[in-house]
Design a protein around this ligand. Structure first.
Ligand code: MG
Length: 372
């Protein structure tokens, strides 16, 4: 079987807003083979940039667009092709956008591998440790404590057993932050996990001080209080606070995660499959496991990310929970022919060959940005 085409499909809502989930635009990867098997992947990064990285022609052996590297290759060779893409982009890659573009391609290759071998991806990753994942409802903070508490009640009513809230207006000052967490905990009751995503806005001293005052609210984790480059700060925070410290969604490489784990001392590594790819995510999860660190996914995009996350978290021993964004755009809501559904707080791991995602082509056509 050979790869005959790699397409980067840029989908975009007519209007883009600053505050929403990340699926108001999306970059889907579609890989075709000469055997008629098609694989789907996704990149959560800057869609136009990732598309250019895929479509760029070869400049020389260390600066090559990804598509040209893959045409004629065997799509089952996921590890070798990851290495080929990495080596052939050394001068402009190794981190960020190039790795994100490679990640989307890697997901599509795993989808092809599963379909061609008639196995779900979790089976090809080495088998599953669980057949369902506990799901948490992932939200933005609302603009008052009561409106945020309403979201907690809604999550509970919908069957979730955990919810996360993130970003502004949280983080401004201690008094307002405690008012939010108090209202949320009151709405949640005792048997419901609450997670906090600070949104990269504090320094280590502020984080340690706030975390001490947040202890009565029994947070399941505190996520990304600091800028991702402040590894020394993460190191200070992780030894000083009693809550679990989570981070990683900006990282695209094993190198990035190993520094967050070893220097930053995080206890939960949050891996975005549409930024790391399955091939590399398995290595990151292995490394985390060897350091006693738990793993969750990061997912603020479409059902392709959800599908990849389900297979990945099923296939590693140190998975904690599945992130599921409850603020989907029209693209995200309507992209899958059979959207993944949460039931009683859990999501089932797909058993279909491949990733178990099939696109609704009407949605793809409706939001596709056509090149001029
Ligand atoms: Mg986050």
């Amino acid at each position: 079987m050979r790869i005959v085409d790699v397409q980067a499909l840029y989908l975009r809502l007519p209007e883009i807003q600053a505050r929403t989930d990340s699926s108001q635009d999306a970059l889907l990867i579609r890989i075709e083979t000469d055997a008629g098997v098609t694989g789907w992947g996704e990149v959560d990064g800057c869609p136009a940039v990732a598309k250019a990285i895929i479509e760029a022609p070869m400049s020389h052996t260390l600066v090559t667009g990804l598509r040209t590297l893959l045409i004629g290759e065997d799509p089952l060779d996921t590890t070798r092709l990851w290495h080929k893409m990495y080596q052939s982009t050394l001068y402009y890659g190794r981190e960020g956008a190039v790795i994100q573009a490679m990640a989307g391609i890697d997901l599509a290759l795993w989808d092809i591998k599963g379909k061609a071998l008639e196995q779900p991806v979790w089976k090809l990753l080495g088998g599953r440790f669980r057949d369902k994942l506990r799901v948490y409802s992932s939200n933005m903070f609302q603009f008052t404590p009561e409106a945020t508490a309403d979201r907690v009640r809604k999550a509970k009513d919908n069957g979730f057993t955990a919810a996360k809230f993130g970003w502004e207006p949280f983080g401004k000052d201690l008094k307002s932050d405690c008012a939010y967490l108090e209202a949320m905990r009151r709405a949640a009751g005792d048997n419901f996990d609450l997670m906090l995503d600070v949104g990269l806005i504090w320094d280590a001293t502020t984080t340690i001080h706030r975390a001490r005052h947040f202890e009565p609210f029994d947070l399941f984790w505190i996520e990304e209080p600091l800028h991702p480059d402040d590894l020394a700060g993460y190191g200070r925070v992780s030894t000083a606070i009693t809550q679990r410290l989570a981070a990683g969604e900006e990282e695209c490489t094993l190198r990035g995660f190993s520094r967050l784990i070893d220097e930053g001392g995080i206890q939960l590594a949050q891996i975005d499959l549409t930024r790391c790819g399955l091939t590399q995510a398995m290595r990151i999860a292995d490394y985390a496991h060897s350091r006693g660190v738990l793993v969750a996914n990061h997912n603020f995009t479409t059902d392709i990310n959800t599908a990849a996350s389900l297979h990945f978290l099923a296939a590693i021993p140190n998975a904690l929970v599945l992130e599921y964004c409850v603020e989907p755009s029209e693209i995200s809501r309507n992209l899958a022919r059979n959207p993944f559904k949460m039931q009683d707080g859990y999501m089932a791991v797909p058993d279909e060959p491949g990733l178990g995602f099939e696109p609704n082509m009407q949605t793809v056509e409706k939001f596709l940005v056509r090149s001029k």
